[in-house]
Design a protein around this ligand. Structure first.
Ligand code: NAD
Length: 465
């Protein structure tokens, strides 16, 4: 048994005895129980010091413990998030939390590279920043906390979370669980913390705190821009408006089902979800009919479409917050539109420059515009995407079209012939992330995004070629 293993064993024993004494004394100030941000950052800084002097195996143990401990809590997490935010639906939130927990990469993401030669050896290694300030949205509150906690700790950091005020109960409940699980498995207290009462003021104080060198912001453009003004290193995961292009070569039946799946997932809350369709006119009515035959409500009456537009988009040209993440039935009822059954999605045919195409609505109301050909569809899709460089989707069997669109859109995620959520590792190849850094360019973030690449040189040795 080496010294590090002995140290770990001792820490385990100390943690267990602290646990026993804790049962007879009052709760320690830890996890999401801090009154003010300074105390939370100070505690996280101390925790970072402890993690940073330990071996990588501690980080691996933390990640595997979180996967084990939180697995049973996922249904409750989904239920609590849905009740508190009033957005999305429990079944899809279970899926989102499951992929966050089991498909977020851990320490294996931090691949070391080496160069050797007559001069010796140079290593490039991913090293931690220290205490990361992470801001989570209301649309994926617990998914983002799970996903960020795993990636950030795997990279060797401690995290101060700024939970969304609209999801503070479920977020602080989760942060306490995560913190306790980490303490129980390795004896390090406060690797993941937050204030007990998340607020915009606490978020602002965290952003400017001297001991927080990196801000990771998952939210709308307002909060990302605010973080960028602090002068700190920022990983900004901002808004998107993902368009879907459907050309004349697509398997229309499959495309319609994939689009319904993606656009209705958690009632369209994910930033990557399909927000607008541009279809080549020769297959437009085929696609709209296929939507209707696969469970979408295709609203055709012009007055009904006008009313849907009016309730979905406010006078400020932003989505009506009261309808964000609501069910198709709720949206139809709000607009006074007659419908049958329980539609999976609301679909409307509109002009390419309709506000419904241009505004990020975050609700299962999908506008569909037509284009004369693929070239025009691509130009419309570029306008709809709005330069966010976030996500785009395309359904086609024409490889030239797919290549051209993938290059021209320049989005962080480009999904071909699948629902948008294939781009975050749901049901298809690839790891999961809930922080897609668009304005700052890291794209689909993982542990290595939360690490500094450092170079270590050994002169005239360790070249064995
Ligand atoms: P939001 O912008 O309302 O909130 C995000 C976070 O910022 C919250 O924690 C909130 O407390 C904080 N915040 C907001 N305004 C603040 C202010 N003035 N001062 C201090 N803190 C402030 O975001 P939301 O409505 O919960 O999420 C939806 C938005 O986030 C959408 O635009 C969506 O596209 C985007 N989003 C992007 C990603 C991505 O990975 N790129 C992921 C999820 C959500």
């Amino acid at each position: 048994m080496n010294n590090q293993e002995i140290d770990l064993l001792v820490k385990d024993i100390l943690a267990q005895s602290a646990q026993t004494s804790k049962q007879t004394s009052s709760d320690p100030i830890c996890g999401a129980r801090f009154e003010d941000i300074n105390a939370a950052v100070a505690a996280a800084k101390q925790a970072f010091g402890e993690l940073n002097t330990g071996p990588m195996s501690v980080r691996q143990k933390i990640v595997s413990t979180l996967r084990k401990v939180l697995a049973d809590d996922i249904p409750e997490l989904a239920e609590r998030a849905w009740r508190e935010t009033g957005m999305g639906n429990v079944a899809d939130k279970i899926q989102k939390n499951t992929i966050a927990l089991f498909n977020t990469p851990g320490t294996e993401d931090l691949a070391t590279t080496a160069m050797t030669g007559d001069g010796g050896m140079t290593l490039f290694e991913y090293s931690p920043y220290g205490v990361i300030g992470a801001i989570a949205p209301s649309t994926n509150p617990t998914e983002t906390i799970i996903n960020n906690a795993i990636g950030m700790i795997a990279a060797g950091n401690a995290v101060v979370f700024s939970a969304h005020p609209g999801a503070k109960e479920v977020s602080t409940w989760l942060i306490n669980k995560v913190e306790q699980a980490i303490y129980d498995c390795c004896g390090i207290r406060n690797l993941v913390v937050s204030v007990a009462k998340p607020s915009f003021d606490a978020t602002k104080a965290m952003m400017t705190h001297a001991d927080v060198p990196l801000l990771v912001v998952t939210g709308g453009p307002g909060i990302v821009n605010m973080a960028m003004k602090t002068g700190k290193k920022v990983i900004g995961a901002g808004a998107g408006n993902p368009p879907v292009i459907v050309d004349e070569t697509a398997d229309i039946n499959k495309a319609s089902q994939d689009i319904i799946r993606g656009a209705s997932f958690d009632f369209n809350l994910p930033c990557i979800a399909e927000k607008a369709v541009v279809v080549v006119e020769s297959v437009a009515s085929q696609l709209l009919n296929a939507f209707a035959s696969h469970g979408a409500c295709w609203v055709k009456d012009k007055a009904d479409i006008d009313r849907l537009r009016q309730v979905a988009i406010g006078e400020n040209s932003e989505a009506n917050k009261a309808l964000v993440g609501q069910s198709p039935s709720t949206i139809l009822e709000a607009a006074g539109v007659q419908f049958n059954g329980t539609p999976k999605l609301v679909v409307v045919a509109v002009e390419a420059n309709d506000p419904l195409m241009m505004v990020e609505q975050l609700m299962p109301l999908l506008p569909v515009a037509t284009a004369v050909n693929f070239e025009q569809a691509l130009q419309i899709a570029l306008k709809v995407e709005g330069g966010n460089l976030h996500t785009a989707v395309m359904h086609s069997k024409n490889i030239d079209h797919l290549n051209r669109a993938a290059r021209a859109m320049r989005t962080s995620i480009f999904v071909k012939n699948a629902p948008s959520y294939a781009g975050i590792g749901a049901g298809d190849e690839g790891f999961t992330t809930f922080t897609i850094a668009t304005p700052t360019g890291e794209g689909t973030t993982s542990a290595r995004s939360f690490a500094r690449l450092r170079r270590c040189v050994l002169s005239e040795a360790f070249n064995i070629r």
